[in-house]
Write a protein that binds this ligand. Structure first.
Ligand SMILES: Cc1cc2nc3c(=O)[nH]c(=O)nc-3n(C[C@H](O)[C@H](O)[C@H](O)COP(=O)(O)O)c2cc1C
Length: 178
């Protein structure tokens, strides 16, 4: 059974997870820019790892076209975002909603999705995303005055953080090995 891993990463957090997963599976992880040479078009299982962007997942259009073209293969998406791993304060429903919005269940019923918290590194963003994030910070600053959850998240993003943790991949590895 062949498996291909394609990852899309701007600031490196998704790339870290992709390298860890590749190590676990003993295969290569291929960057999005080289996706045509990833073997994804013929693999039995395709794992797409990418980062959350404004409630969506970067590169999702390509992954959807792949699934549409070859519905018989097994597909897995691993989304990486700044949002914390699920807990009472940070419900999984919020990340599930982003997956559902990007890959509607009625259209992709067999797609398995997993979430891993990445991090945030303002300095490594492209110019357009820096502008978007400055506007986002301004917007959040108002809400942070009344919502401690938002105040916490805003503070972490402004300082920058790395929450990558290999253990977050355990459910993905277990699913792929099953
Ligand atoms: C413009 C922009 C929008 C983002 N939107 C989200 C989001 O909707 N949800 C989330 O959890 N993280 C969001 N993030 C945070 C990134 O997903 C996070 O920093 C991720 O770890 C980046 O992965 P990378 O290092 O592989 O590029 C956003 C970041 C940027 C720059």
């Amino acid at each position: 059974m062949s498996t291909a891993i394609v990852y899309c990463s701007q600031t490196g957090f998704t790339e870290t997870y992709a390298r860890w997963l590749a190590e676990e599976l003993g295969i290569d992880a291929v960057p999005y820019s080289r996706r045509a040479h990833s073997g994804a078009q013929a693999a039995d299982t395709v794992v797409f790892m990418s980062w959350f962007h404004a409630g969506g997942i970067k590169g999702a259009a390509w992954f959807k076209s792949l699934m549409d073209a070859r519905p018989g293969a097994r597909y897995v998406v691993v989304g990486v975002g700044a949002y914390p791993m699920p807990s009472d304060d940070w419900p999984q429903s919020e990340t599930d909603a982003a997956f559902e919005h990007t890959f509607p269940r009625d259209r992709y019923p067999a797609l398995a999705h997993f979430y891993c918290q990445g991090g945030f590194d303002f300095d490594r963003l492209c110019a357009l995303d820096k502008i978007a994030m400055r506007a986002f910070f301004r917007m959040q600053a108002r809400q942070a005055q009344t919502d401690p959850r938002i105040a916490f998240a805003l503070d972490a993003m402004k300082k920058g953080f790395d929450a990558t943790d290999r253990a977050n991949l355990e459910p993905v590895v277990a699913y792929l090995r099953a």
